[in-house]
Ligand binder design. Structure first.
Ligand code: ATP
Length: 296
């Protein structure tokens, strides 16, 4: 029995040692691919304050050689601040716009510009710190609400947290919770509604004071109260931050400053809700099936 335990211990030790050396190897990897042009040093990014502008110039992209193109000469321009929504059928390439802005992938042709500068020329850490990204069904982790909010902004003060909670209309939720901000929100946020989870993810992103907020709207249905809250929160944030939304429900974007309609990897139309209803057949069809009543 003791010999068998010793053999087991040695084998566990060897597995553990191999895992530790793999972790150490990963930790040594550089997380910062070099900027394409030499001479770009940290701190030398573009403007450091205010809402960021975004421009796609004839962008072509496919995820891997041999796969079909997801973007074919996509061009559009988003000036600083305001809300811009991307709509279109599933697979049109809307979320891929965000992946290219964040530089998760590199465009095969054309240029992706943030603040008039090719994202490939930004230092990755500066680019990412300018951007708040709220993914579809963003995770809420086991732990308290406060922990969920501040893990990406550990130095956030209580005043900043209160301000962001008010802006994301979560202050009433906090009042309702038995221990306020220090209430555990359950495994993966199971005690929260889908709309509350998405607003917590927005609040978390806002605590990092992004100049550009990318919001990939959750596909899950929201009840009317949460849908209205999300729409108001986005409109409020867009007053001083550039907000891009991949919209799965037209009802949340009818008030956008500009709507970009994508279809099979191309931009087919750009305009306001009213302009597009009048001018673009695909958008008019989406509006007819999704919107029961015209909204603002
Ligand atoms: P949805 O409204 O369904 O979210 P979308 O317009 O946002 O769709 P994208 O997510 O940009 O579309 O995807 C465009 C196409 O690229 C889809 O056909 C998708 O399957 C494919 N795709 C997305 N991510 C990858 C990836 N990492 N590797 C290969 N193909 C991908």
């Amino acid at each position: 029995e003791p010999v068998s335990q010793l053999v087991d211990a040695v084998s566990h030790y060897q597995e553990g040692a191999a895992a530790v050396s793999r972790i150490a190897a990963v930790e040594r990897l550089s997380t910062e691919p070099p900027a394409r042009q030499s001479g770009v040093l940290p701190g030398q990014g573009a403007a450091v304050a205010g809402p960021a502008s975004v421009r796609f110039e004839d962008v072509s992209f496919r995820y891997r050689p041999g796969l079909p193109y997801i973007h074919r000469q996509v061009s559009f321009e988003v000036p600083g601040a305001g809300m811009t929504a991307f709509v279109g059928p599933s697979g049109a390439g809307k979320s891929t716009v965000f992946a290219l802005i964040e530089r998760f992938y590199e465009a095969g042709g054309g240029r992706v510009m943030v603040d008039g500068k090719d994202v490939q020329e930004w230092s990755l850490s500066e680019l990412r710190s300018a951007i708040g990204y709220v993914e579809q069904d963003a995770p809420v982790l086991a732990g308290t609400l406060r922990e969920n909010l501040v893990f990406a902004a550990p130095r956030a003060t209580d005043d900043e947290i209160r301000d962001v909670l008010a802006r994301t209309k979560l202050d009433t939720l906090v009042e309702r919770l038995p221990h306020g901000l220090d209430t555990p929100v359950g495994h993966r946020g199971s005690q929260l509604s889908g709309g509350e989870r998405q607003r917590i993810a927005i609040a978390r992103a806002l605590l990092r004071r992004p100049r550009l907020l990318l919001l990939d709207e959750a596909t899950s249905q929201l009840d009317a109260v949460n849908e209205l809250a999300l729409r108001d929160v986005v409109a409020e944030v867009a007053r001083e931050t550039t907000v891009l939304v991949v919209a799965h429900r037209l009802s949340t974007v009818t008030g956008a400053d500009r709507i970009i309609v994508m279809d099979t990897g191309r931009v087919r139309a750009v305009g306001t809700h009213e302009e597009l209803v009048a001018q673009d057949r695909l958008y008019a069809q989406l509006a007819a099936t999704q919107l029961l009543t015209p909204t603002r």
